[in-house]
Design a protein around this ligand. Structure first.
Ligand SMILES: Nc1ncnc2c1ncn2[C@@H]1O[C@H](COP(=O)(O)OP(=O)(O)O)[C@@H](O)[C@H]1O
Ligand SMILES: Nc1ccn([C@H]2C[C@H](O)[C@@H](COP(=O)(O)OP(=O)(O)O)O2)c(=O)n1
Length: 235
């Protein structure tokens, strides 16, 4: 925590497979504060559009859907739940089907400000409720929360990110599994880079490269940066 009143706001960006979601959840749990998965919001909107028969190429229609998105998103880092229009889509939004389409929504420039404002509102509510928030995504350190106390870019080599996502999605890291993972990691990051800067740390953003760190070491590395910046803020 910083001073008694100021909430501990932590923004973490990075490419696919860098460990943002899992490390952010572990950090939030260790600090006893809430968690916001902004990627889940883009994924939930993608799922909602497909469920409602909205053409993802019809940018105006997707904006209308974004404004009416009936999204319930858990903020408990240890109990992540995503519900859209009463349907639990926690698992569905992580499917390859959604991963292969989500960039169409994420690169919709009419959608972004709607979700970015919703993310700011949710961050403020979570911080108020729990004393702080860890929010992760692609543009949190640069657009959504550029004034966050802690701003981190979590990155890793392409090889490490492909291996991690392949193990997670396919349960294997052989050549075939890695090849099947390339689109949802490397192609998606290329598409996403068109609307967010998350490959190079912006001014004031600390880079944590997890290429050669295991999961626990990654969590400890992030917690060390948080402790250092929080102490500095206390003066
Ligand atoms: N440093 C690490 N070493 C090994 N595996 C990791 C590491 N960080 C995350 N993982 C694993 O890699 C996979 C992808 O992590 P995730 O948090 O979903 O990444 P992102 O949210 O950046 O796409 C998950 O199965 C996660 O447990
Ligand atoms: N703040 C954010 C968060 C995610 N996105 C986009 C980029 C991604 O392709 C999708 C899904 O994000 P998600 O964090 O779930 O993706 P990864 O877990 O990093 O693979 O949404 C974004 O544009 N801005």
């Amino acid at each position: 925590m910083t001073s008694d009143s100021a909430p501990l706001t932590i923004a973490i960006d990075g490419p696919s497979g860098s460990g943002k979601s899992s490390v952010s959840k572990a950090v939030a749990a260790r600090l006893g504060i809430g968690y916001l998965d902004t990627g889940a919001m883009y994924r939930a909107l993608t799922w909602w559009c497909l469920d409602q028969g909205v053409d993802l190429a019809d940018e105006a229609a997707v904006v209308v859907a974004a404004e009416a998105l009936p999204l319930e998103l858990s903020t408990d880092p240890e109990d992540q739940r995503v519900v859209v229009g009463g349907t639990d889509v926690t698992a569905d939004i992580r499917s390859t089907a959604i991963s292969s389409e989500v960039s169409k929504v994420a690169t919709n420039t009419g959608v972004r400000p709607i979700l970015q404002q919703a993310q700011r509102d949710r961050m403020a509510a979570i911080a108020e409720e729990t004393g702080g928030v860890v929010a992760e995504g692609r543009d949190i350190t640069t657009v959504v929360a550029p004034d966050a106390l802690v701003r981190l870019l979590l990155t890793a080599s392409e090889e490490a990110r492909l291996r991690r996502r392949s193990a997670e999605v396919h349960g294997a890291v052989d050549e075939e599994a890695i090849a099947a993972t390339r689109d949802q990691v490397l192609r998606r990051d290329r598409d996403d880079s068109a609307v967010s800067q998350f490959t190079v740390a912006a001014d004031g953003v600390v880079t944590v490269d997890t290429s050669d760190l295991d999961f626990d070491e990654s969590v400890e590395a992030v917690l060390a940066v948080v402790a250092s910046l929080a102490a500095h803020a206390r003066g």
